[in-house]
Design a protein around this ligand. Structure first.
Ligand SMILES: Nc1ncnc2c1ncn2[C@@H]1O[C@H](COP(=O)(O)OP(=O)(O)OP(=O)(O)O)[C@@H](O)[C@H]1O
Length: 308
């Protein structure tokens, strides 16, 4: 469990994270989304005790990171900047970490298998591709068999097979009851992995919602109707909360009514429909729409924030 309560992080004049509050629960994958510069990495660094919040509180499994006596066993992280001694092999790197944290050698072999680095574990990390480096990063995160995982853009640099692998791994770690918190700036990727979404923009919370609800809200808001009797149907559908646009001859786009409601009006008035389609907005579009202000004003523009 991760608890972020009113967390704020300032770097000089710049507010990177602004009074952010959310909880990340165990047993599900929680996606952490936001445009570039939204404050995702800064939030994750605060969770991992690498950045001290300027205000508010950030706890993991009930304590501040530094208060845990065996932190690697509590929370494992893959953060953007990897600091691996490139002259060492992956095995030796993991072995050294295990030794200093009282983790048995057998766990090193286990995590190497788990991330699929068996064939290259004895090779120097300096020669690793970005994808192999990411896998090693995941192995480090899993080394202490932690209840909580914090992964910053884990699919960066992975090929499609690697992307599928990460997706599968995250879902199975959550199914084991762990807390899995994973950031991305791509909605399309989160749509396939996350059960819950936390979306931020300019350091502030924009949405905290189950994935299914987000999908539901994003889709079916517009219904496309094709009929020879479009003028009459348009009149019949008119109402205070409804807007109807004729997009081409005989084709209407209706906002504010479900396809079922439109179908019933057509039936009751003996209007034959040639098409009745809820238009599914892509999740990426819904995400862009939700965060557009955070992008439009840019993270370097503080005027709006100061005025409010
Ligand atoms: N050490 C720092 N010093 C000054 N400003 C910083 C520092 N770290 C982050 N920032 C600023 O804080 C804001 C949030 O950055 P952060 O890296 O947390 O965002 P992000 O959502 O992870 O973005 P990205 O997807 O680009 O990594 C940005 O405006 C960034 O420039």
């Amino acid at each position: 469990m991760i608890e972020v309560v009113g967390a704020t992080k300032r770097y000089g004049d710049r507010v990177a994270v602004d009074d952010l509050t959310f909880t990340v629960k165990p047993g599900i994958v929680t996606g952490f989304l936001g445009p570039n510069g939204a404050g995702k990495s800064t939030t994750m660094r605060m969770i991992m005790g690498l950045d001290a919040p300027t205000g508010g509180d950030v706890r993991v499994n009930g304590k501040h990171y530094a208060e845990h006596t065996a932190p690697l066993r509590e929370v494992g992280a893959l953060l953007e900047a990897r600091a691996v001694h490139t002259g060492r092999s992956a095995y030796n790197h993991l072995r050294a970490m295990a030794l200093t944290h009282g983790i048995p050698r057998s766990r090193v072999d286990e995590v190497i298998d788990l991330v699929g680095l068996g064939d290259v574990a004895r090779k120097r990390v300096g020669g690793f591709s970005l994808g192999m480096g990411q896998r090693l990063g995941v192995a480090v995160a899993l080394l202490g068999d932690p209840a909580t995982l914090v992964l910053d853009e884990p699919v960066n640099g992975l090929d499609p097979e690697g992307v599928r692998w990460i997706r599968h791994l995250l879902r199975s770690l959550a199914a084991e009851g762990r807390t899995v918190f994973v950031s991305s700036h791509l909605m399309s990727e989160m749509a396939l992995t996350a059960d819950h979404l936390i979306i931020i923009g300019k350091g502030r919370l924009i949405a905290n919602t189950p994935m299914a609800e987000f999908t539901e809200q994003a889709s079916g808001k517009v219904v496309r109707v094709r009929t020879e009797d479009s003028a009459r149907l348009r009149e019949l559908l008119a109402g205070p909360e409804v807007s109807v646009t004729a997009v081409e001859r005989g084709v209407l786009e209706v906002h504010g009514l479900s396809s079922t409601a439109i179908g019933l009006v057509a039936r009751d008035n003996a209007i034959a429909l040639d098409e009745l389609t809820p238009v599914v907005a892509s999740l990426e579009e819904a995400f862009m729409d939700l965060t557009k202000d955070a992008v439009e004003f840019g993270v370097h523009d503080d005027t709006e924030r100061k005025a409010s």
